[in-house]
Design a protein around this ligand. Structure first.
Ligand code: PLA
Length: 476
């Protein structure tokens, strides 16, 4: 009991008698109910001291009295019910569904053709080597993470002999997967970039719309996808970048745009780069699918390497969730490509000030796995083969789903299933159709009609095709 409470509880306003207790209980319940109740009773400043002392006395009296049976009320009793996340919430709903034939095509997580999660062989081997190495320990990593991991991640993205890499113009910090890298990068920009405004494509990965404003950046959009062609609205994108302020941050998906699966062609990337550089805007690449799109790490790095090659500054958030199957290990990196080595050194120092009060330092295990795979030529080559295997299986699923719809004569043109790149197909199905498929077929996908092709297998294609066929024919 605090001195203040002790003083007030002995001040004679005690709790005796039924009426008194009822009056006290009347005060306690709304107080415990949180803001919004009896605002006037509690008030602030001036007379507030009196009121709050009374509240404390009431509370003590209630605690001491056996006559008051006020149901326990939480300080959070009146919180608004939070909605489930539009992507991760699909898995929550799927897990609740008791139907044995249910199919989860919501979150982008790779499955084998047997529908099972896949731990890469190279990851298993790297882990075995790490566990068997008795010289290893579990000490904290530095704030910036594992040095070998940072060096190898940077080289993977930009190429080991890239001039920016060789001249130490890139500050790389290990972060909590792609999301953490985006968030740390955004916090840094909000504090240290002269134009804290970011433009994201429409549509974009839903979490972009939350991460950037949370970090303090103003969020604006540029046109990207054309629903009519189910392709890139290139002219609209260029116009919007031209119209965006000089210096604005421009979020770009390095490859396998999520959710649309629509990427600019190399020559379109070059034109986009020219506009961004002419306007001295800052490209912020989100690379969550390197190697997972085409099956080739270098092909998928075209966009970010071409930007890095012109000597301008840029940011990159890199994830190893998909391409190394390390989803839950949360391994990623933020790289800030700077004009000079001196700027890179200063940036790294400030990034440490962002990270330390947020989570102090990143986790060790996943980064050690990545460093082992990338640092060993044999494992690296084997990883590339496994990566290509995953990308090819997804491409095979595209072909199978397309053929299944053609075989059913499903109304509409489905060639976008073949053309779109990466993990997802942006089907064009609307929310009512998505809900119908969930209800009748137990097929789960995000409300925007995105399906994870990586969650599909040879045996489940017919089921999905039946569901789509029924939805297209019978649900508007
Ligand atoms: N950036 C993009 C474009 C992504 O699609 C995702 C993951 C991330 C970043 C973040 O991934 P990480 O933090 O796990 O590295 N998108 C998933 C999962 C696969 C998710 O929404 O969290 C998706 O289903 O869209």
């Amino acid at each position: 009991m605090t001195d203040r409470l002790r003083a007030t509880s002995s001040s004679g306003i005690g709790c005796k008698g039924k009426e008194r207790v009822a009056a006290i209980a009347g005060h306690i319940c709304p107080i415990a109910g949180g803001p919004g109740d009896r605002e006037g009773d509690r008030g602030g400043g001036g007379g507030g001291g009196e009121v709050s002392r009374f509240d404390e006395v009431s509370l003590l009296a209630a605690m001491a009295s056996e006559e008051v049976h006020c149901a326990p009320i939480s300080a959070w009793a009146k919180l608004a019910q939070a909605p489930e996340d539009p992507i991760l919430g699909v898995t929550v709903a799927y897990n609740r569904d008791p139907n044995p034939v249910k199919l989860n095509l919501g979150v982008g997580a790779y499955r084998t053709d047997e529908g099972k999660p896949y731990v890469l062989h190279v990851v298993r081997r790297a882990e075995a080597a790490l566990v068997g190495d008795r010289s290893r320990n579990k000490e904290y990593l530095p704030i910036v993470g594992l040095a070998a991991f940072n060096k190898l991640s940077r080289a993977l993205a930009f190429g080991a002999d890239h001039p920016a890499v060789l001249s130490n113009r890139i500050a790389t910090v290990q972060c909590l997967s792609g999301t953490g890298s985006l968030r740390v990068g955004a916090e840094f920009m909000a504090q240290h970039y002269h134009t804290p405004v970011i433009y994201v494509p429409v549509p974009t990965w839903g979490n972009h719309n939350k991460v950037f404003p949370k970090a303090g950046l103003k969020l604006l959009t540029y046109r990207y996808y054309d629903p009519a062609t189910r392709g890139l609205n290139f002219a609209g994108m260029i116009d919007d970048l031209q119209a965006a302020p000089d210096g604005a941050v421009i979020l770009l998906h390095a490859c396998a745009h999520n959710p649309t699966g629509v990427d600019p062609l190399p020559e379109q990337w070059d034109a986009i780069r020219q506009v961004i550089r002419a306007k001295r805007q800052l490209p912020f690449f989100d690379s969550a699918y390197q190697g997972f799109a085409s099956g080739d790490l270098d092909v998928d790095a075209y966009s970010l390497r071409s930007f890095a090659a012109d000597g301008g500054e840029m940011a990159l958030a890199q994830s190893f969730a998909k391409n190394m199957g390390l989803y839950g290990e949360r391994v990623g990196a933020l790289s800030m490509v700077c004009a000079t080595p001196e700027a890179a050194r200063l940036v790294e120092g400030q990034l440490k000030l962002v990270i330390r009060p947020m989570y102090s330092s990143p986790p060790l295990h996943g980064a050690a796995i990545v460093a082992t795979v990338l640092g060993d030529e044999k494992l690296f080559q084997e990883w590339k083969v496994e990566l290509k295997g995953m990308a090819d299986r997804i491409i095979d699923m595209r072909e199978k789903l397309y053929q299944a719809l053609v075989a059913r004569g499903t109304p509409g043109n489905w060639t976008h299933i073949l053309k779109q790149i990466g993990m997802f197909t942006f089907t064009g199905l609307n929310k009512t159709q998505v809900d119908f498929m969930r209800e009748k077929y137990h097929v789960y996908m995000t409300g925007d009609g995105r399906i994870s092709m990586a969650g599909l297998s040879t045996s489940t294609v017919p089921r999905l095709a039946n569901a789509i066929d029924d939805a297209v024919r019978n649900v508007a």
